[in-house]
Design a protein around this ligand. Structure first.
Ligand code: 6PG
Length: 244
């Protein structure tokens, strides 16, 4: 039975970003102490920007960045220099400010015409870095997630094929509601992580946070993130927690 999620509410958006950065670094130091590296999957969207900025400034001396391996939970079907690119956002707000070796950064190739090919390429990247035994799944030390107004997380959108995937680690996913493909990690990878943090900011998130955390029968994609053997955290500011 997955453990109950840990819900932490912060008084302000600034305190939320600081609290999330602190926890990121605490988990990172522990992972590097235990197994010599810290494997992280970043999220897209707008919410992670302020966390990235905290990590790139106040917290930049807390981790040996050459031991941190960066992946993404999902990517838009665009080249890495496009404004919608999750990779571009992370590069501008985090990676370009830290001494992370390029060989430690594994972006999803959203520019490939065939999103499924980008997914297969990424599955090979994961296999090379994590080297799981046959039948096992890669185990991230830390995965950052957000939730959209329809309850999607990563690019696991309601009613799409990817929410039914239980074998493959990464898939190309057609999202009818946005008339586009996305590349996304699947539930088996999310649920095999050691730590997953949902980062939610502002009153605009209060309704969906309430539905996800207080309405188990809502059957929302983000509700299916249930860690098999890990620590699930919801980091919220007062606005996002307003209805709890
Ligand atoms: C993406 C994300 C997506 C995001 C939510 C929340 O590529 O868009 O990975 O799952 O986390 O849509 O986005 P906001 O933080 O912008 O509200």
């Amino acid at each position: 039975m997955p453990a109950e999620p840990q819900i932490k509410v912060f008084d302000s958006a600034a305190e939320l970003s600081r609290g999330a950065a602190e926890e990121f670094c605490r988990i990172g130091v522990e992972a590097i102490r235990k197994h010599g590296r810290f494997t992280v999957a970043l999220s897209g969207g707008s919410t992670p920007r302020t966390l990235h900025q905290e990590l790139a400034t106040t917290f930049c001396s807390k981790l040996p960045w050459d031991k941190v391996y960066f992946f993404w939970g999902d990517e838009r079907h665009v080249p890495p220099d496009f404004p919608e690119s999750n990779f571009r956002m992370a590069k501008e707000t985090l990676l370009s400010h830290l001494s992370v070796p390029a060989r430690n950064v594994f972006r999803m190739h959203g520019e490939l015409p065939d999103a499924e090919q980008a997914a297969q390429l990424y599955q090979e990247n994961l296999r090379e870095v994590f080297r799981p035994s046959p039948g096992e799944f890669p185990r991230f030390d830390f995965i950052l997630l957000g939730v959209g107004p329809d309850g999607h997380t990563a690019s696991l959108f309601p009613g799409t094929k990817a929410v039914e995937e239980h074998q493959r680690w990464v898939v190309g996913n057609w999202v009818e509601q946005h008339s586009t493909f996305r590349v996304t990690l699947t539930y088996p990878v999310l649920n095999h992580a050691a730590n997953v943090m949902f980062l939610m900011r502002g009153t605009g998130k209060a309704e969906i946070v309430y539905r996800v955390l207080r309405n188990p029968s809502a059957n929302l994609p983000s509700q299916k993130v249930q860690l098999i053997d890990g620590n699930l955290m919801w980091y919220l500011d007062k606005g996002a927690a307003a209805r709890l």
